[in-house]
Structure formats: C-alpha cells, structure tokens
Write a new protein. Sequence first.
Length: 528
Amino acid sequence: MSTLAHEHGHGHGAHAHHPSGIMRWITTTNHKDIGTLYLWFSLIMFFTGGVMALVIRTELFQPGLQWVNPEFFNQLTTMHGLVMVFGAIMPAFVGFANWQIPMMIGAPDMAFARMNNWSFWLLPPAAILLIGSFFVPGGATGAGWTLYAPLTLQMGMGMDLAIFAVHILGASSIMGAINIIVTILNMRAPGMTLMKMPLFAWTWLITAYLLIAVMPVLAGAVTMTLTDRHFGTSFFTAAGGGDPILYQHVFWFFGHPEVYIMILPAFGIVSQVIPTFARKPLFGYASMVYATASIAILSFIVWAHHMFTTGMPATAQLFFMYATMLIAVPTGVKVFNWIATMWKGSMTFETPMLFAVGFIFVFTMGGFTGLMCAITPVDIQYQETYFVVAHFHYVLVAGSLFALFAGTYYWLPKWTGNMYPEGLGKLHFWCSIISFNIAFFPMHFLGLAGMPRRIPDYATQFTDFNVVSTIGAFGFGLSQLFFLFAILRCIRGGERADGRVWEGAEGLEWHLPSPAPYHSWEDAPVVK
Ligand code: CU1
C-alpha cells in the first residue's frame, strides 16, 4: 500500500506540503487513502460484530442461561446487527467504491475529495457512540437492530446514543452516495460511456441512488422515535393518537432497499471477478444493468413483506407477496448471466473465483428461502423464527461478505503491488464456506420447528441443532483469522504483482491505467 500511495503525481505540486504519519490519514483527500481507511474500519467492525455473534452463540450452545443475562443478550443481538450492517458491510463497499470507481472510469479522484474525507471521518465517532453505549447506565439498546416502537420508547440512554449514531452514519452514507453519483456522471474519461462502464461502477451508481432515497427515511424514523422519547410527541404511541405500526412502515421503507444497498455492489464485484477467471466477457452486460435497475425500483414496493403478521388487509398482503416474488425475475437474470459467463469458459479457481462461485451457490440458497418468506400464508409461520435468521445470514454473509472477500483477494494485488498468499486464501475460502453452512444451515430446521429468534434460552428439543450451529460459528470466526493473515502478509510483501496480475485476463478488467495518487488539493489534476 505504501509504495503505491507514496508515489508522486507527474511532478506538479512537488513543493506542496504533504502531511505524514497520522496527519496524512486524517487530512487525506486521496481516494485510495480514503478507500484504505474505509476498509480497515470495516474490518475492525467486522471482528467487533463477530465477537458479539460468538458470545450469542456461546449462550445458545445449550438450553438455560449460562453466560449472559437476557438483557445483555438482547443488547448483543441488537448491536451485532447494527455494527455489521452500518459498520462492516456498508463501509466496506464504500471502501471498494473509493478504490475502484475512479480507476475504472478514468477519473483522477472522487468528485468531492474533501467531502470524501469527511464522509469517512464521521464513521469513527458513530462507532464510538454505538460501542460506547454498552457502558452507559442501562447499557446499549436491546430493541433489536430494527429499533421497533414501542420498545424503543421504554429504553435507557443507550437508545439515544444509537439514534445519534444512526444519524451520523446516515449523513456519512448520503455524502458518500453523492460523491459516487457525481464522480460517475461527470468525471468519466472520454469514450467511457455509461454502457461501457465496468459493472461494479454501474451497481454502485444505482446503489448510491438507493442510499440517497432511503437514508433520510431512516433518519426520520429515528428522529420520530427521539421526539416521542423526549419531546412529548406521540407518533408511535396509541395513547397519544399514534400507532407503533407506523414505525414499522417507515423503517421498512428504508429497510428493504437497504437490503439491496448491501447486495447490489456485491453483484458488481462478482460480475467483475467471474469474467476474469472464466476468460470470457460478461454474458448479457446490458441485461445486467437493466436487472440491477429493476431490482432497485422493485425494492421500494415490497417493504410490508416484513409485516405480514401486523394485521394488514388481505389485498395488501397479496400485493406485497407478488411484488416481492417479482424481484426473483431480475435476480434470476443475473444468476443466469453469471453461469452463462462461465459456460465453456477456460476457468481457473484462484481464491477470488472460489469466493465468487461460492457466492452464487450459497447466495442463491438465501434467495430461495427469501422466496419462501415472501409467501404470505407461510411467512406467518416463519415470522420471528430462526428460519428468518438463517435466510438473511445466507444473503448477508454468503452474499455480501463472500463478495467482499472475493473483491479483496481480486484487487489486493493491484492495491498493494504484492500477491496475496494463494494457499492461505484457499484455506480461508474452504474453511469459511464449510463452517458457514455448519453454523447457519441448522437454523432453517430450528426455525421450521418453531424456535423464536432473539431469545437467550430455548426448549430442550432445539438443543442438538444449536450445538452444531455454535460449533460452526466458532469455526467461521476462526477462519477469518486466515483472512487477516492473508491481508497482512500481502501488505508486508510477497511476490510482486502489477495491474495485470490475473494472467490471461488482460483487457477484461483493467480498462484504464491507474492515475497517479496525489496528496493535497493543489496536486489534484484539473478536471474539465
Ligand atoms: Cu425486505
């Protein structure tokens, strides 16, 4: 990383002041530096949220209460969700966007380089608020990551810290999204038309619009919660003329597009990796773009599939059921195109490809259980059970996270100039995909058998699958140490690599040479 980032651009600005050490990272406006900051931040949050998950799984290893009290258990499930969604997955994709989008479209940097710095540096204070809320009177909020009223109206000050953290994280996301949209629409190199952009840039452009559309809705939901808590309003209290169900509608109008915010950039990464290792161009490029846009549009009209048990009219239940099922069509187009890309390709299975193929296989299982959850009459049985927990971990871990792993191994050689250790990467993949399924597949059976989610204790007939699941979870947690070692070894040295690291794939991936980094505004090339 250091070799790349310390290089100087083209001689101009040679006498400009360049801060070093910690000041370099605090004041940087360079998209590569900021991408690196995002990625390290999300990795730290990933391990933080992962430790919480392991405490949860330790408590669930056997029935009864052994390790944590029920209040703290609720705090752990809540914070695990908030930390992983807002701290790990979303910032990781923004880190990828910072590194890759300017290089992919031939822009010298992000459009608003100083705002980019601010977008990142809002994250650590928000993380401190979230993690710090464990240590205030009453502890962190235990209302669940969805922060449903009326429970949130009865919680201690940890809830206020969570609300403030969500506000800050939302502001950061919106600024990041504005930056990505303006960069892509205004700063493409000559000849780089929209329909020539690499798929990762396309998926992020669409994701950025989703972010701008729904982050303010989440901000509204938590602000109404805040005023209900402290300023005498009754948005969500029936006693004052409000309705707690209103909270769910507002939250999920944000929450469902949020699901696609966490998966569309993953689709983008997989769409870059598969053609490289199949040594064929992406099959159905235009249909990939249209499928991504279709998914994004449909994501706005499915939100009440999270609310089938709230007493909606049957007509509304039918609408949300059919609208949700419709999303399977563009998603199916994507899976078809990835497989058609691999069809008769000369494939090799380096670590990025293993994670990409693993993504297709395991994410598709999450898609199928999603379809099961969309069927209103049966969802009424699944609601608030471990089946739902299994479903969304297949989507978010085997989906978003595996794509992030694929992207990390794919681009680390380009970012650092060094090859990662291939054996360690493959070990990481196989341990991850096996332990992931040991941890999460039994949860389907637990849910179908009626085990509720978000409880620290359970009836004894659920014991066997919970034991298996906890063993798998620890396996998955330990497997991530291979990931950490692979990254560290890659940064510290190893075989030299250049932009054409993936032999035989030249021209498919690195459309344009990487522009030279710069370290201050004066160094930045003038963009016309
Ligand atoms: Cu949803």
